[in-house]
Structures are given as C-alpha cells and as structure tokens.
Design a binder for this molecule. Structure first.
Ligand code: ADP
Ligand code: MG
Length: 340
C-alpha cells in the first residue's frame, strides 16, 4: 500500500554560500566585496574605480536577505544540515526533493555538492544521512538505495557512471527518464564518494583545458530510496526521489535578463540553464503552464521542481571584487527564485 503525503504545494528555500578568497585572487590583490551578517544578510559593495577603492570609498551597495547565508568559514556539515536535512526527511516520507547549486564558474558549486575526500559535500552527506535514517526506520531491515549520476552538456544526456553513447529521454508512467541509465545499488556510504568522484571525472571537459570540467556541464545525481514501515495495521512502502544538481556556470546566463526574460542575441547561451530560469519565472508568476519541455535539464527535473516537492537553491559566490558582476547576477537570480 502506498502512502500519500498531506502537503501538496511546492516550496523553495534559497541560500547563499560565500567561498573563501582563493590564492590567485589574493595574489592579484583583489578585495572582498561581499559581507555576510547574522547568517542571513548579504551586503554587496562595488568600488567605483581603482583609485576609489584604494581610498576605500564605497560607491554602490546592495543588500539581500535569504533563508540563510553562509560566510566563508561555514563547514560542509553546517551547509548540509541547514539546507538539505529537511529535504532528506521529506524524501523519507515519500516527497520528492531537489537541491541545486547555482553560480559562476569557480564560485564553489562542485565543492558544495561533491566536495573532497576530506570534506565531503552535500551529495555524500545526504546519502550518508539517508542510509542511517532508513536503517533506523525500516520495519524489516530491507531497503534499496539506487543512484544514478548523469550529465547534460550541450543538450546531450550522458551516463556518468557508465560513459558511452548519449541517452535518449523517454516519458513513461514514472515520468521522464533517460533510457538505459545505470541505476547503481548502493550498500554503504564509503563506496559512494569514490563512485561520485569517478563520475565527476567522466564529465565533459573543455577541449582546450583537458582536465577541467566544462563550465557548461550540468551534473545530476538522482537517488531513489525505498523502504517499508509498519503502522498498527499495514505495512507501508515509502519511495522518494532526491535530486542533487551541480549546475553549469551561470556566467553565460548573464546573457539573460531574468526580469524581461530576454536573451541577448548571439551570446552563447546554455539552453538548459535558460530553461531552468524560465521555469522558475513561470513558477514565481504562478503560471499554470511551466515550460519544462524546453530543455533536457528541465525535462529530467520535471517531477522535482514545482508541484508536490521541496526545492533548495544554493547560490554560490566568490568574495572577490574581480567577480563583482557575476556575484551581483547570481544574487539577483537567487532573490528572484525566493519568490516561488
Ligand atoms: P565551481 O564548481 O562553481 O566552478 P569549485 O567548486 O570548483 O567551483 O570551486 C573553485 C575552487 O574554490 C576550488 O579549488 C575549490 O576547492 C575552492 N572552494 C570552493 N568553495 C570552497 C569552500 N567553501 N572552502 C574552501 N575551498 C573552496
Ligand atoms: Mg564545478
């Protein structure tokens, strides 16, 4: 017997994570233009010109406020606990959930999602949490946790766990799925980090920069968790899907004005990122028609964005004034997403 969840509306929470200043940025003498106060408020400052900023004269400033904002020093665990624990709880009750990292290339998306062996990110911490909670709650000790990890690059879908030919999207009763996608049955957290690191190495690289993940690559981890609980009468099967998405660099989406939804002619736009913004706009405006069909990314995430599911956006930003424009754009985007 399947269980129905009571709450049917969609909910979105928006967070900002500021990464520490990088070595290169420090060496070029860049200054911090972002300040986070009270774990919520983000102050962005623009220095008018070189001479002005030497005099520390602040010219333009803006203030943003989010569900929570994480300063440089925030640990991976704290980011996970604040942003994703509730989503995982929902998934364990059968409510789909998704977590997106959005931001310019170099802003910290992959660090937040995947992290390192020493400092595993949201993907790994979420799976660890899922395993431990399922084991506590499963009525008969049985469960299944299936992982798939895929990439959308140039509107082509690829399996990151089993690289090869592009995958075709199909629509069936379960929604839109990539035909032939590997579903890896995970038994422990330990194997997951290695699996994801390997998957990440399979992401498309820019031809000119062989070891660097392309800034236009989206990586999507989908986790389907199933287990059984027992109430006084029945055994109930709980199935939930968690999607964790490391989006392509948003700098190309600069060519899109979120307010007017106009794209700048001739710019090399990432169609999936643009389509995601359009869906968010439609959701913000309460439209009945959400244009999921416009890209591979939005088709794949149709059941995880809008509708009865929980969504989290983590906007990643750099502190450096050299990235001022990208940071400003990311904060505007996140501010807009907040309205859903
Ligand atoms: P993106 O995926 O957005 O392009 P990365 O996650 O690769 O950016 O981050 C760029 C660099 O900054 C990497 O070297 C990464 O290790 C480092 N970095 C990002 N966020 C943090 C953080 N919160 N703490 C420490 N280092 C970070
Ligand atoms: Mg990355």
């Amino acid at each position: 017997e399947m269980e129905t969840t009571g709450d049917m509306g969609s909910q979105i929470m928006v967070f900002v994570r500021l990464r520490p200043m990088g070595k290169k940025e420090e060496e070029t003498g860049s200054r911090t233009c972002v300040r986070i106060v009270n774990k919520r408020d983000v102050y962005l400052t623009e220095f008018a010109s070189e001479t002005d900023y030497l005099r520390l004269k602040r010219v333009r400033g803006r203030h943003f406020c989010f569900d929570a904002s994480f300063p440089e020093s925030t640990s991976q665990q704290e980011v996970y606990s604040t942003t994703t624990v509730e989503i995982v709880e929902g998934v364990l009750r059968g409510r789909n959930g998704s977590v997106f990292c959005y931001g310019a290339t170099g802003a910290g998306k992959t660090y937040t999602m995947l992290g390192t062996i020493e400092n595993p990110g949201v993907m790994v911490l979420a799976i660890k949490d899922l395993f431990s909670k399922i084991r506590q709650r499963s009525f008969d000790g049985k469960h299944s946790v299936l992982l798939s990890y895929l990439e959308v690059y140039n509107e082509t879908v690829r399996d990151l766990l089993s690289p090869g030919r592009p995958l075709v999207l199909r629509e069936d009763k379960q929604g839109i799925t990539a035909a032939g996608l590997t579903q890896y049955r995970a038994y422990s957290t330990d194997e997951v980090m290695q699996l994801l690191l390997q998957g990440n190495r399979n992401r498309t690289t820019e031809p000119t920069r062989v070891n660097e993940t392309s800034s236009r690559s989206h990586a999507i981890l989908q986790v389907v968790a199933e287990y059984q609980v027992k109430d006084s009468v029945n055994v109930i099967t709980r199935v939930g899907k968690l999607s964790l998405i490391d989006l392509a660099g948003s700098e190309r989406a600069l060519a899109t004005d979120l307010r007017t939804q106009r794209s700048i002619e001739g710019a090399n736009i990432n169609r999936s990122l643009l389509a995601l913004s359009s869906c968010i706009n439609a959701l913000v405006e309460g439209k009945r028609h959400i244009p999921y069909r416009n890209s591979k990314l939005t088709q794949l995430l149709k059941d995880s964005l809008g509708g009865p599911c929980n969504t989290v956006m983590i906007a990643n930003i750099s502190p450096s004034n050299l990235s001022f424009n990208e940071t400003q754009n990311t904060l505007h985007w996140a501010d807009r997403a907040k309205e859903i």
